[in-house]
Design a protein around this ligand. Structure first.
Ligand code: PGA
Length: 249
């Protein structure tokens, strides 16, 4: 059975007190969700938010981890450190990390391996930029991202991966992919997974949609056969909106 999921990605928003306040409200409101609920928070929130959410169905994700195990990497946070906070997920490959911090497929492959080795589940983001969509290259871009960072994984490891298709032109822009564009790409991604791991594994793989997904369009996106939930940026910062998206799943 495929896991349905709504995951928030707070990005670099909210100080510790604000983050704790939002997590506290979510804990009160999200008591019996019909899907897996995850919140991705900045590193500094992880420990306190994980503690606060003990006994709650909400899981906690880091938004990144280092590409090295440990040592002299000033300012970095390792996968083992993330795990030690109580977080159980790590978001990797977000387009903002790729674009602003030059994370290549090779670097992301290392991060995936390290996160999995620490027992973290990985929400791995893939997606094309506007020019690639305009020149109809979205399929090859996404295939290369999977090939470059994930398809070396064993079938056992693959079970720890959730994919998030996030067309970069839709992130934070208010321009959502149409339900048809999302469904087409999700079905294509699932076909690539089937080629590498077989039909059953592909059927069981959770593929989220991300990019201006909100309380108004979530139900329409989630209604598609291959759209298993959402990775939510802006709308995950407002409890009412995030809860409405969870209810739509
Ligand atoms: P958005 O961000 O919902 O604000 O577009 C999504 C994401 O970057 O994960």
């Amino acid at each position: 059975m495929r896991t349905r999921m709504v995951a928030g990605n707070w990005k670099m928003n909210m100080n510790l007190q604000e983050g704790v306040a939002l997590a506290t409200e979510l804990k009160q409101r999200v008591t019996n969700p019909g899907c897996e609920v995850v919140i991705g928070t900045p590193f500094i929130h992880l420990t306190e938010v994980s503690r606060l959410l003990e006994g709650s169905p909400i899981r906690v994700a880091a938004e990144n981890c280092a590409d090295q195990v440990k040592g002299a990497y000033t300012g970095e946070v390792s996968a083992a450190m993330v795990r030690s906070t109580g977080a159980t997920y790590c978001i990797l490959g977000h387009s903002e990390r790729r674009a602003y911090y030059h994370e290549t497929a090779e670097i992301l492959k290392k991060k995936v391996d390290l996160a999995l080795a620490e027992g973290l589940r990985v929400i791995f983001c893939i997606g094309e930029v506007k020019e690639e969509r305009e020149s109809n290259r979205q399929n090859e871009v996404v295939a290369a991202q999977l090939e470059g960072s994930l398809f070396h994984l064993s079938e056992e490891q693959w079970k720890q991966i959730t994919l998030a298709y996030e067309p970069v032109w839709a992130i934070g822009t208010g321009l959502t992919a149409t339900p048809e564009q999302a469904q087409d790409m999700h079905a294509y991604i699932r076909s690539l997974v089937a080629k590498h791991y077989g039909e059953q594994v592909a059927e069981d793989t959770t593929i989220l949609y991300g990019g201006s997904c909100n309380e108004k369009n979530a139900a329409e996106l989630f209604a598609n056969r291959d759209v298993d939930g959402g990775l939510i940026g802006g709308a995950s910062l407002v409890a009412d909106k995030f809860c409405a998206i969870i209810a739509a799943r």
